[in-house]
Ligand binder design. Sequence first.
Ligand code: ZN
Ligand code: ZN
Length: 258
Amino acid sequence: MTSHKRPRQVTLSSEETHSDDPLDDTDSEWERITEDPVKRVAFERKCIEDELTDQKRVILLQENPSRRSHCRFWDCVPRKLNGEPNIKSAFRFNVKDLSGRYYEPNKYYHVSCMEQIFPDLSSLVEREVLHMEGGVTQLTSACWQISQFHNAIEDWFRFKGRTFEVDIYDRFRRAHAKWDRKDSTVEINHQLGDHEGSRQDCEKCEEVPDEPLRKDYFPEEPRSSLLSEVLASVVGVGHLDGLDGDSNARRCKKIRRS
Ligand SMILES: [Zn+2]
Ligand SMILES: [Zn+2]
């Protein structure tokens, strides 16, 4: 935790000036913080708040392209379980410096760890400091990637902490795609078959069922959801960060997009 600011400056005696390890420090306030889990989380939250305010960092939800990034959370539960800080999940948070002024532009966290630091992530969306990573990324000179998240995730951000069940989006998307294929086929046959008049009155064309409507699939109001649970549903795993003991699940699954 050497990257964290100390709670307050202490005047060190000459024997102590060479020590830069917080554990060597006898500062009682620091000890109280390190020993109390509630104070540790509060301290961590204060550090990130400072980074958001003073350094103008933002928190970005990213797809996690590798298993190399390390979670910064002091009380990281996946690290305690697996003995390593690597984030193996399909998504992660990056407390990112967009200004280019800081030596360390990226600070990564498990999504579930950030939910412990900020139990109400939607308030960060409200304050416009928590975003989905968006836009176009150039991977190689010939290959571009357009970031697009599952609609359930996009709605979670749009409705600030509320969304619909991932299955509902998937069911509606499948039904609509099926209807769309059917409708296009009939339309093409009508055109190419030289049928008379408009398709609606055409006797040669088979009838296409009505277009599936969003309101028939979705409830009226989205409901409050933990972002980590929405992401786990999108990936198709029980717990996003493997806390259900199924940490390898992400490698077998393709992340659903829309
Ligand atoms: Zn963590
Ligand atoms: Zn026809």
